[in-house]
Design a protein around this ligand. Structure first.
Ligand SMILES: *Cc1c(COP(=O)(O)O)cnc(C)c1O
Length: 475
């Protein structure tokens, strides 16, 4: 193409100002604010210029004749697309059809209705975060959640911080800084998201003393290293992995005996930790916090948004005097929980107190859902889909499969489920997965054996219609 023709096309390129003056751009301004829209318009015109310079011939052919008007229309289209992409970066609700109950990337535990209301109706306004309505005086932050935690675990006292990593850091720092902490080599784990036990130890200022071996650690391995400088014995729940085969570790009560006979404290980082025995649901390795306290642990930490099913929080329970030392530590001010998390946690713990947790707390309800029940739900869903979908677009069938716990909990537990396996007439499995993810109501699915599979275990009953709409809106 001669240079003259190419520069003619470039001259027809709309200016940023011309693009911003179009009625379409004017309408978008409300959504983005003027500075952001200008930045996007600049990027769009640059992109268009680069495209024309790279392949001027093709651009001309594709548009028939490249006129000022057709280039402006193309720029408007691209601008609308950029604005849409921009807004999809917001924190958005998604439908989790992966069957992974505590999906870390999707925010772990979904909140119960009561927790949602507590956040939006109470905590989002002025609230009694540190205020005592009875006396009009200053109150203790998190008081009610902490009292509930103590009650539900049988501990003397409790404290709530930002997450379990913070709880571990605070505990080690307040109770063992400038001293030694004994830990089994089999428990020097990485939990994910860069929580590594040796690193947290180093950060807290305690000196880590490794005892035993990766697969076997005896009580005498701990006893050998007790000296003047020892402060804590730390026990860490391995959470996201398991050592199987020739293994052994002392029982918590034995460790507590050794710790107390030696004038030390026993600290257990239970990780997920359950408030009741989850063995009936296939989770046998999860420490029950009440048992840890009864077994002699002086301090136990665990997460608020793993198997407990509440908001992100680090929960500390244990002996009153020790919990108060944590509360008085200068680190506490940096690590404490915010009002939204406290409100959600409190409402979640109240469901436990009413013994309504299995029906009200979504993560537990999903976990407790029997495979027969899931099969029944899927049959009803499939009937709805079959009656409305154009039969030449999607081919689907139900297949037996497995859900997962996720969130670094119970890696070997895979509850039985029934999956909906989908094949699209024209889209590959990867393209179908992407189309669902990019739907107006994003659906996050898995690919298994070259098919997209949906697991209703993690889809709330109220979300089924939205899931159906996403499937019906496929090209
Ligand atoms: C998950 C986990 C943590 C980190 O908890 P967060 O709440 O994600 O900070 C710490 N310790 C153990 C043993 C865990 O399983």
């Amino acid at each position: 193409m001669p240079d003259q023709e190419s520069s003619q096309i470039l001259r027809a390129l709309p200016s940023v100002d011309a693009l911003l003056r179009t009625p379409e751009a004017q309408a978008l301004r409300e959504q983005t604010g003027a500075p952001r829209l200008t930045a996007l318009a600049r990027a769009v015109t640059e992109e268009l210029r680069a495209a024309l310079q790279a392949q001027p011939g093709q651009a001309a052919r594709a548009n028939g004749d490249v006129t000022r008007a057709s280039l402006l229309a193309e720029a408007v289209k691209r601008l609308a697309h950029s604005v849409e992409q921009d807004s999809s970066k917001n924190l958005r609700r998604v439908i989790n059809a992966t069957g992974v109950i505590l999906h870390t990337n999707l925010g772990r535990a979904p909140l119960s209705q009561a927790a949602r209301l507590a956040v939006s109706r109470e905590a989002a306004s002025y609230c009694t975060l540190e205020y005592d309505i009875e006396t009009g005086a200053r109150g203790r932050r998190g008081a009610h959640a902490e009292d509930l935690l103590a009650e539900l675990t049988g501990a003397e006292s409790a404290l709530v911080v930002n997450n379990c990593a913070a709880a571990a850091l605070l505990t080690l720092s307040a109770l063992a800084r400038d001293g030694e902490t004994l830990v089994s080599r089999g428990e020097l784990v990485e939990i994910g998201g860069d929580f590594r036990v040796p690193d947290v130890m180093a950060q807290s200022g305690t000196r880590m003393v490794e005892v035993g071996t990766t697969n076997r650690t005896k009580l005498s391995d701990y006893a050998r290293f007790v000296n003047e400088a020892t402060r804590l014995i730390m026990r860490v729940h391995p959470s996201n992995y398991r050592i199987v085969g020739f293994t052994s570790a002392p029982a918590l009560a034995e460790l507590a005996g050794l710790a107390h006979d030696s004038g030390l404290l026993l600290y257990e980082d239970a990780g997920s930790g359950a408030l009741f025995d989850l063995a009936p649901y296939g989770l046998s390795g999860e420490p029950v916090i009440r048992d840890s306290i009864a077994g002699g642990a002086d301090i136990v930490t665990f997460s608020g948004d793993k198997l407990l099913g509440g908001a992100q929080a680090g929960l500390v329970v244990g002996r009153r005097e020790l919990v108060e030392r944590l509360r008085k530590s200068p680190l506490y001010r940096a690590l404490r929980a915010d009002k939204l998390a406290l409100a959600a946690l409190e409402a979640t713990l109240e469901a436990y107190r009413r013994n309504a947790h299995l029906s009200e707390v979504p993560a537990l309800r999903m976990l407790a859902q029997a495979s027969e029940e899931l099969e029944k739900r899927l049959r009803a869903f499939t009937r709805r889909l079959r009656s409305r979908v154009k039969s030449d677009v999607l081919v689907f069938e139900s297949v037996a499969g497995e859900s997962a716990i996720g969130g670094g909990s119970a890696p070997t537990t895979h509850p039985r489920t029934t999956l909906l396996a989908l094949k699209h007439r024209t889209l590959s499995a990867a393209a179908l997965e992407e189309a669902l993810r990019r739907a107006p109501m994003p659906v996050i699915a898995r690919i298994l054996d070259d098919r997209v599979v949906l697991d209703l275990r993690t889809v709330a009953a109220e979300e089924e219609s939205e899931l159906l709409d996403a499937l019906l809106s496929l090209p």
